[in-house]
Design a protein around this ligand. Structure first.
Ligand code: UDP
Ligand code: MG
Length: 307
């Protein structure tokens, strides 16, 4: 079963279904899979995405659709698809709607699954098709994650195969701060990678705005790492040490009668300490925000219709 989140993807859906059908039929005819299906999760699109999904599912019983009542973002839409897929398939492959993930790798994933792997990561070979900004932000993101001690696979987005056991284990995670690629890594099933070349988006523009990307990165870090909290403590220690040195300097100056009204240094330290405190409180707030969200136990998404 394919799980594909779509947000305003009216320009690509026809082609996605056409190409997927071709590829999946080919895999089926080689007897590597018994049957296949495609689940599109319409993440509250404002264009004709849903009506395209409806007409496709009427024309072909392989196509299913879930319509979320409002836009909840890629991770939650994917989660909706995952929960839908539980118990309906032996294996689930998630990918983007825009055909950037080379669908010919699905066969490699299926091969790995048939060899006994429960989790197969699609890893991109290079970033040729990305713009400079996207490339640099992605690179920075992986470096930062690594430094923060978050275990993720470099250049793996959400193109992956999950066996039914892995899928069941995954959807049992109760958390609301979803960073799926990090969660999958913690499952501990037998896993492997397949490599693919990233293509140009088939049509339309990226639905991941800079803001969404930044949010995603912050979520990834704060839902998997307490490193920022430790950094505050470290910063605190350094500041205290600096303050001690400053105190010695001030005392010595005082007793030697050289204490002048140094309001510039005073002002500087006030600003500096104020900044550090604000920054620290901000980081703390991030975690408290997470706790707040988790304790509310809100549903991750709302399904409006299924077809
Ligand atoms: N997507 C979604 N909800 C959103 C944003 C994106 O379901 O709020 C879907 C989108 O339709 C696509 C996938 O997530 O299938 C990846 O998005 P996109 O291709 O725009 O991101 P990029 O490849 O530029 O990182
Ligand atoms: Mg894309």
């Amino acid at each position: 079963m394919m799980v594909i989140p779509c947000y305003n993807e009216e320009l690509v859906l026809h082609e996605t279904t056409r190409q997927l059908t071709e590829v999946l039929e080919a895999i089926q005819s080689k007897k590597k899979i018994d049957d296949w299906s495609v689940v599109y999760v319409d993440d509250g699109s404002k264009d004709s995405t849903w009506s395209i999904i409806v007409s496709q599912s009427e024309a072909d019983s392989h196509v299913h659709g879930i319509k979320l009542a409002h836009n909840v973002g890629h991770q939650f839409a994917l989660w909706a698809g995952y929960e839908y897929a539980v118990g309906k398939a032996d294996a689930v492959v998630s990918m983007d709607a825009d055909l950037q993930h080379d669908i010919h790798s699905i066969e490699d994933m299926v091969d790995k699954y048939n060899e006994g792997y429960e989790v197969v990561y699609g890893v991109r070979n290079d970033r040729k098709t990305d713009g400079w900004i996207k490339k640099q932000t992605a690179l920075g993101f992986y470096r930062l994650m690594q430094w923060m001690g978050v275990d993720i696979i470099k250049n793996h987005a959400d193109y992956r195969l999950l066996g039914s056991h892995a899928l069941e284990a995954l959807v049992a995670y109760p958390e609301r701060n979803l960073f799926i690629r990090g969660l999958v890594r913690t499952l501990g099933f037998r896993e492997t990678e397949v490599y693919f070349d990233v293509k140009e988006r088939f049509a339309g523009n990226s639905k991941y705005s800079m803001r969404k990307m930044l949010n995603f990165a912050v979520d990834g870090i704060t839902s998997f790492s307490v490193q920022p909290l430790r950094l505050i403590a470290g910063l605190g220690v350094i500041i205290v040490l600096l303050a001690l040195i400053a105190a010695i300097y001030v005392l010595v100056s005082y007793f030697m009668g050289r204490a002048v009204a140094g309001w510039s240094s005073l002002l500087l330290s006030i600003w500096f300490i104020g900044g550090v405190q604000l920054l620290s409180i901000g980081v703390l707030g991030e975690y408290i925000g997470k706790i707040y969200k988790e304790t509310k136990r809100r549903p991750r998404y709302v399904v409006e219709k299924k077809i």
